[in-house]
Design a binder for this molecule. Structure first.
Ligand SMILES: [Zn+2]
Ligand SMILES: [Zn+2]
Length: 329
C-alpha cells in the first residue's frame, strides 16, 4: 500500500534535503561569502545520506530483489549533487556557468543513482564484471514497472473505453444527513466517470452508491478536493443542504477515534493513511462511513487549520485508494 504515498514520501524527502542545504548555507555564510556548489554538496552529503536512508529501505523492493537492508553509505552518495550546473557559451561571456538547485524530478534521478551505486557495489562482490550501466538499466526497468502498476489512474487513458457515467451526482454537505444513511441502505464505493472542461479528458471520481435508490453521491469536501486538481466536472450535480445532524456526527467521530484514527498526535501522514487503508482493506469500516466521519470533523472544527489540512490529505488519499481498487459498480 506504500505505493499510493510514494510520491508524497519522496517529495517530503526532497523538501527535507532542500532544508539541509539552506541550513548549511546559513551556518557557513559567516565564514565564507560564497560557497561553491560542489563544496556545499560535500558539506551536506552526510546529512543527505541520513535523510535518504529510511526511504531507501522502505522502497528497496522497488529497486532490487533479494535484499532486506541498505545503507546510505559514502560510496553510494559520492556523486550526489543538489545542483545543476550548465555551461553557457556566449561570445560576450565565454565559459559562463549557470547554477540552480535540482528539480524534484532530477532529485529522484540522483536518489536512484545513489541506490544503484550501492547495489552495484554488492553485485560486484560476487560478479566482479557486472557493469554499472547494465545494473542501472535493470533498476530503471523495475522502477518504471512499479510506477506503471501503481499510478493512480484518475485520468482515464485513451485506450480505456469506460464511458462517462450517465447519472446524476448528488452532492451532500453532510453525509450523515442523507436518507440512505439514516435508513441504513446498502452503500458501497464506486468510480464515477466524468468529463471535465477540457472536453477530451475523462476523470474517475471515488463516489458512494446506494443500490436501493440507484443513487450516486459524494461529499462536498471530497468533490472540491478533486475539482481543485482536475478542474470542474461536467456532470449533472444536485447540491443538497440538509440540516446537520450534529449528534450522529459526534458518534461517528468517536467511532473513528476508537479505531485508532487521530490527527492530533505526531503521527505522519503515511502512518495515519496506512491505518485508514487497513480499516478499509479489513472491512472494519466502509469508505462511506470513513468519508462521512472525516468530512464531519472538517465541518465541525473550522478553527483547526492544521487538523483540517491533515483530514483533507487523508480524504484525498483514501479517495485515491478507492480508485486504484474499485471498478465501476
Ligand atoms: Zn438509498
Ligand atoms: Zn496520498
Amino acid at each position: 500500500m506504500a505505493a499510493i504515498g510514494a510520491i508524497d514520501d519522496f517529495y517530503d524527502l526532497y523538501v527535507q534535503v532542500q532544508k539541509i542545504y539552506e541550513e548549511h548555507k546559513e551556518s557557513c555564510s559567516g565564514t565564507m561569502k560564497h560557497l561553491w556548489p560542489d563544496k556545499l554538496d560535500e558539506v551536506c552529503r552526510k546529512d543527505v545520506r541520513k535523510a535518504c536512508e529510511p526511504l531507501m529501505n522502505q522502497y528497496l523492493h522497488v529497486f532490487a530483489d533479494g535484499y532486506d537492508k541498505i545503507f546510505a553509505n559514502a560510496y553510494g552518495f559520492a556523486t550526489f549533487s543538489f545542483y545543476n550546473i550548465k555551461g553557457i557559451s556566449r561570445a560576450d561571456q565565454p565559459g559562463k556557468l549557470v547554477c540552480r538547485e535540482i528539480s524534484f524530478a532530477e532529485f529522484l534521478i540522483e536518489f536512484q543513482f545513489a541506490v544503484s551505486r550501492v547495489i552495484h557495489s554488492w553485485k560486484t562482490k560476487t560478479q566482479p564484471k557486472y557493469e554499472f550501466d547494465r545494473l542501472y538499466k535493470e533498476i530503471n526497468d523495475r522502477v518504471l514497472a512499479y510506477i506503471s502498476s501503481n499510478t493512480i489512474v484518475a485520468v482515464l487513458q485513451d485506450e480505456d473505453s469506460t464511458p462517462v457515467t450517465n447519472a446524476i451526482l448528488y452532492i451532500y454537505q453532510n453525509l450523515t444527513s442523507t436518507n440512505c444513511y439514516i435508513n441504513k441502505h446498502p452503500i458501497s464505493e464506486t468510480r464515477f466517470i466524468a468529463s471535465n472542461t477540457t472536453e477530451t479528458e475523462r476523470i474517475a471520481l471515488p463516489v458512494h452508491y446506494c443500490s436501493k435508490c440507484d443513487k450516486h453521491f459524494i461529499g462536498e469536501i471530497t468533490l472540491k478536493l478533486f475539482e481543485k486538481k482536475y478542474g470542474t466536472f461536467l456532470v449533472e450535480k444536485r447540491k443538497l443542504t440538509d440540516a446537520d445532524n450534529a449528534f450522529s456526527a459526534f458518534n461517528e467521530e468517536s467511532r473513528l477515534f476508537q479505531l485508532g484514527y487521530n490527527v492530533s498526535d505526531n503521527r505522519t501522514d503515511a502512518e495515519r493513511q496506512r491505518l485508514l487503508v487497513t480499516l478499509l482493506e479489513k472491512n472494519m469500516m466502509t469508505y462511506f462511513d470513513m468519508v462521512r466521519c472525516i468530512e464531519n470533523n472538517i465541518r465541525l472544527h473550522p478553527n483547526r487549520p492544521t487538523a483540517i489540512a491533515k483530514w483533507k490529505r487523508d480524504l484525498k488519499h483514501i479517495g485515491d485508494y478507492v480508485l486504484t481498487t474499485k471498478g465501476q459498480h
